[in-house]
Ligand binder design. Structure first.
Ligand code: 13P
Ligand code: SF4
Length: 358
């Protein structure tokens, strides 16, 4: 299956990655002594979360993916919400949305396998049009990306001439193409203030926009979108946790409602949350975000005790080891973006990346 950012406008796209690269034989997935030896260092990072009895079922797939990556000259870019078997087992680069976008511009690999949701793969394709970008499950979407279209942005601009429109990276290429600049949760405040004006739109996450608005004198206008994972956390549940664990540190993602962020000790992107825990090494911490975050960072932060209420992102969880293996064997599913849309969207994404460099 191939999804284009604007199927009507881009009729020339066909899913040709398999034709270009050919199919590879399916690897033998037996747990041999060689597989056990090659994957032993990986298991060290996963043993806190994967029981030893389950390892022989997982290790052959992890080993096969790591060999296939070399055969395909492929790199795996994995978001911090990937499950630990992907995050520690097969990913070449892990990070938040901004880090993954930057790494997509740096890699020499011919093929990018994006382990994350569709807008992340599309961003990689926008930044590296000459590369083949694959996503292990094309249905991995995002409630924020679904909440707005390019036509919505055009209408917004017509009604609000002269007001800069910043798009969160969690949007389709069509939306990025209509906006002035992109941002992620790690640089949203910097991007909002970069215009030097009184009012900007930050779309489509109304909670991220409100959280940024609370930190600046700039009036931040919103769109009515929300993350279906983070909007479910409530300030009351955080207060209730604190009553049970008074010395706990609570850190939250800025896609949470402002009253949740107000109850937290720190709010930041997934990468900033990980850095915060690694630097501060709190005795007890609660990460108010997607469930895999605590699982992934736990092996790198001995001594930190994770209290784990969390919400699963059903879209991120569509990406599995088995599907990654299929992706590399069959070169599916290819992400294609209309070149005209991609060129306009690239301007918005590169403005953001260049802001970070300055
Ligand atoms: P980050 O950029 O913080 O990784 O966030 C991406 C995301 O989708 C969080 O829900
Ligand atoms: Fe989208 Fe929320 Fe899932 Fe992130 S966690 S991909 S914002 S639905």
């Amino acid at each position: 299956m191939t999804i284009t950012s604007s199927p009507a406008a881009f009729k020339g796209a066909t899913p040709v990655a398999l034709e270009r690269f050919g199919r590879l034989p399916r690897p033998d997935l037996t747990y041999t002594p060689e597989v056990a030896e090659a994957t032993a260092p990986i298991y060290e990072k996963l043993k806190h979360i994967i029981p030893a009895i389950e390892w022989p079922a997982l290790a052959p797939t992890i080993h096969a993916i790591n060999l296939l990556k070399k055969q395909r000259n492929a790199v795996i870019l994995a978001h911090n919400y990937m499950t630990p078997d992907i995050y520690h087992g097969v990913a070449d680069i892990v990070g938040d949305s901004l880090q993954l976008a930057i790494e997509a511009t740096r890699t020499d690999a011919q093929v990018i396998v994006q382990c994350g949701v569709h807008f992340m793969a599309e961003t990689s394709k926008i930044l590296s049009p000459e590369k083949t970008v694959l996503i292990p499950d094309m249905r991995a979407g995002c409630s924020l990306a679904e909440s707005i279209t390019g036509a919505d942005v055009r209408a917004l601009r017509e009604r609000n001439p002269g007001v800069p429109i910043i798009t969160y990276v969690n949007t389709s290429a069509d939306v990025k193409a209509e906006c002035d600049i992109c941002c992620t949760s790690s640089n949203a405040l910097e991007v909002v203030e970069s215009f030097g004006v009184d009012r900007v739109f930050l779309i489509p996450d109304k909670y991220l926009a409100a959280n940024v608005g609370n930190k600046t004198d700039v009036e931040v206008l919103v769109w009515d979108g929300a993350c279906e994972v983070h909007e479910r956390f409530t300030a009351k549940e955080l207060r209730d946790y604190r009553k049970i664990e008074p010395d706990i540190k609570i850190i939250a993602h800025p896609e949470c409602p402002p009253e949740v962020v107000a109850e937290a000790d720190f709010a930041g992107s997934t990468a900033h949350m990980i850095d915060w825990v690694k630097t501060r090494k709190p005795e007890k911490v609660m990460m108010i975000t997607e469930c895999s975050m605590a699982d992934n960072v736990a092996s790198e932060t001995p001594g930190v005790n994770y209290i784990r209420p969390c919400n699963l992102c059903p879209h991120m969880k569509r990406i599995t080891l088995d599907k990654i293996l299929d992706t590399l064997v069959e070169m599916k599913e290819e992400v294609v973006v209309d070149p005209v849309v991609a060129e306009k969207a690239r301007v918005a994404v590169e403005r953001m990346i260049n802001l970070k460099k300055n």
